[in-house]
Design a protein around this ligand. Sequence first.
Ligand code: SF4
Length: 320
Amino acid sequence: MEAKGWGRGDFPRTLLAWYRSNARDLPWRRPDTSPWEILISEVMLQQTPVNRVLPVYLAWIDRWPTPARLAASPAAEALRAWGRLGYPRRALRLHQAARVIQQRFGGRVPDDVAELRTLPGVGAYTAAAVAAFAYGKRVVVLDTNIRRVVTRLTGTASPSPHPTAADYATVDDLLPSDGRRAARVSLALMELGALICTSSSPRCADCPLRSACRWGGTPTRPRRRPAYRGSDRHARGVILGKLRDAEGIVPYRDLVAAWPDPVQLARAADSLIADGLISRSGGGYRLGPASDVRQISGPAGPLAGPRQPGRRSASAPRGR
Ligand code: SF4
């Protein structure tokens, strides 16, 4: 294997020295960050830039500093606090994960990759990231940035759009044996991919690893995203925005006023209902799954726990 033994050579020292001087000061990287906060940050950072995640992350951890707090809130509140971060199913999954952590793990985020993967919305990458960054376990964390840096660095081909067993083996060989040090190397590789070894314009002259790098390729052109304006995704976003800004039920006529194509509107609304992001209620729609309404009206559902002082109640008017 091309990268054999890198984890025991100068590579980690050089990379970590660069990381110490160049890493961005991000709240989820601070030493007192809890496993729950790391889980939230990892879910929010999926396909979303850091600058958009920051304000939402800070608001979430202030409001829901433990899984128990989030588990005791309606799913609609998690969706509302997600704001315009995009891919709102992530908010729903985090809310479901909080309830599973509460019910099955006694309120503690598990430290085992297999257990982490039983949480809703937690896939291979997120489970590895939480085990490594929250608990210092020596596991391979393989996101897009790390995969790109490592394949360039080691001169290994990347035949598949998805991580392969060979990719895992290559990164595994780069990591030091100590778990906490391995986690920092993973973070440093990620940061190098975000700041220096970018997909479309790598700054090799500024790279701390350039003397060892075997890359001789050409940068990847950024992929064109499908048009958003006028798409079903856009219609979904408009519906969610209207429901987020309202406290209770939004009449159908208000949605028609916001999106004039009724066929597309119905399709978007149906898909949001199927995803559990909204529900039909009293001739209109409300934010959150139908189970929210059942739990609010039930006598001893998960929402029957103590309410935090100073927090806005689910039925109070919103000041905007
Ligand atoms: S030298 Fe260039 S291609 Fe190689 S790891 Fe550094 S930035 Fe990436």
